[in-house]
Design a protein around this ligand. Sequence first.
Ligand code: NAP
Length: 281
Amino acid sequence: MSAIVLDGKSLAARTETEIAARTAALMARNGARRPVLATILVGEDPASATYVRMKRNACARVGLESLALELPATTTTAELLDHIAALNANPDCHGILLQHPVPEQIDERRCFDAIALDKDVDGVTCAGFGRMAMGVPAYGAATPQGIMRLLRAYDIELAGKQAVVVGRSPILGKPMAMMLLNADATVTICHSRSRELPTILRSADLVVGAVGRPEFIRGDWIGDGAVVMDAGYHPGGVGDIELSALKHRVAAYTPVPGGVGPMTINTLLLQTLEAAERAAR
Ligand code: NAP
């Protein structure tokens, strides 16, 4: 069987062209006001700094402006809440990205939930999650939303399919499961206390790996003809799923890198543009 490679890198590049054109059209209508994404980085974690830089570079490529807040590792919850409140009140800021994780003295959930719903373009608030889960319009969490966009772009049928999501984090596994459920898949969510993971996975039509451990999901746990979405990215260029063992016998898979990762940033750009378009109405 020759598997379809779900090429997130190419889809993201194509969508960037569309986002750039829509951004230019919006600015032509609204007196040249450029859409603005505020990025908040707390502390000096090198991986987080790299992710924020990649997001800012992506904004620049499509003509969105990014407003960078770099706060010291000693920032308190109250201080971070003040910054978020100021951005919520700033009519020139259309989207807010608070880079996860924040230093441990900060109440991350409280800070996420302080982001105004109409600026929650990374889809991290409880209110946004609840609305999305109920099928009410809301910005989806960027990584699972990017996965859904990739599945749609390749016309992967989800209705009635057995989907297994491995991982239940607030930014990935849980919203992923709700999005698949809303697309009429039959969804199983697995986590660190799940038993018989290989047995559960073997009957899956679609597997989402969101575990955070390199190649934790072994190739022989996944059945022939499945669709395999791997959110992980680890040193050595491997994901959370042992892809090399199953590329020849699945229906479709996301490469690592170049699958899910580019779609996450692309979704953040798209949702920032949508927020700016709504603000201009
Ligand atoms: P996370 O918050 O650490 O969550 C990991 C999840 O995996 C948890 O729900 C955990 O279960 C579960 N888990 C851990 N050990 C397990 C085991 N032995 N069996 C089954 N489940 C297990 O991670 P995350 O933020 O969701 O990220 C997951 C992966 O996606 C990582 O590889 C990360 O790098 C990647 N990621 C990629 C992007 C992107 O843009 N491409 C964005 C975000 C994340 P418990 O809840 O029981 O602890």
